[in-house]
Design a binder for this molecule. Structure first.
Ligand SMILES: [Fe+2]
Length: 296
């Protein structure tokens, strides 16, 4: 293969990688960088044979220009104080099933391999699929401005989202080398609030045994109370996604608007935007977004 063919092949590959990179970096679709990359893709698509020297020079100019645009864009972003780290985020509909961190039968005799295989491969996979579907349908709703099924897909989002996030925690919360007691800062914190590990264990066990129907026992960290708490989740689908952090909340209980708006919740919601405190939401976002788990 000639040097020129090699070069074109390399540049074509780079072009593709660049697209993935801009996507993973959340570069806005209307940014000039995308337009330049699109023009460049057009040029690359138009190449279907060896180039003469003049065309090759032009191609190299485009590559150089794209390079310096990229550098400028990201250095501006850094100067603006945006944190620029190449960390993947999960776009709508792109969740995947995390691998089980041990063999299916590794937790025997306490949990059989048969259960683990079914639980992980079938049940957890169906949460991942359902969550992806709900996210895509809600993205479609945003694109089309058609929110007639928002209740349905919000339910699905919560049901499958909690299912996916909680199971992802659950697999790693267990280990063939597990058992015993926690140590260090966690043990101290448990002792501080629950009195002792034994008391914590009894409370957590009872909470688990007494969950009404299906659900979870969950030990949480409460950033507000600045301590641990034990919660029960009766049916995790009740319109929340466990493992998320609230940033902006709107109270639509009747006590929040009835005296003034009677049953006209729509007007209340419409007017509420006039008092939304974005500074506060921004502060919460900055704090909350520091917390990052491995994406799945
Ligand atoms: Fe489960």
């Amino acid at each position: 293969m000639s040097k020129m063919e090699d070069y074109i092949k390399e540049v074509t590959k780079w072009n593709k990688e660049l697209k993935n990179f801009l996507e993973s970096e959340d570069v806005e679709q209307n940014n000039e960088l995308w337009q330049r990359l699109d023009r460049f893709s057009g040029i690359m698509d138009g190449i279907n044979g060896p180039l003469d020297i003049e065309d090759l020079e032009k191609l190299q100019e485009h590559v150089d220009a794209l390079h310096s645009d990229m550098e400028n864009y990201f250095s501006n972003r850094q100067q603006l104080g945006n944190i620029y780290i190449n960390e993947p985020h999960i776009s709508a509909g792109k969740h995947i099933l995390p691998p089980l961190p041990y063999d299916y039968s590794a937790l025997e005799p306490h949990i059989s391999g048969e259960i683990m295989r079914l639980h992980h491969d079938k049940h957890h996979q169906s949460y991942v699929d359902g969550l992806n579907k709900a996210e895509v349908m809600l993205q479609n709703a945003r694109d089309n401005g058609d929110y007639s099924l928002v209740k349905h897909w919000s339910r699905e989002l919560a049901f499958h989202g909690s299912g996916h996030y909680l199971h992802t925690i659950f697999w790693n919360n267990m280990s063939p080398q597990g058992g015993g007691k926690p140590s260090g800062a966690l043990l101290k914190e448990i002792n501080k609030y629950f009195g002792s590990f034994e008391r914590f264990k009894s409370h957590f066990s009872e909470a688990a045994k007494q969950v009404e129907g299906v659900g979870w026992a969950i030990l949480v960290w409460s950033p507000r109370a600045r301590r641990l708490e034990i919660l029960q989740s009766e049916r995790h689908m009740l319109l929340t996604q466990w493992d998320t952090i609230p940033l902006l909340v709107l109270d639509v209980w009747e006590h929040a608007y009835y005296l003034q708006y009677k049953n006209n919740r729509g007007d209340y919601v419409g007017n509420w935007w006039n008092v939304a405190n974005w500074k506060d939401v921004e502060d919460r976002y900055l704090k909350a977004s520091e917390l990052k788990w491995k994406p799945y």
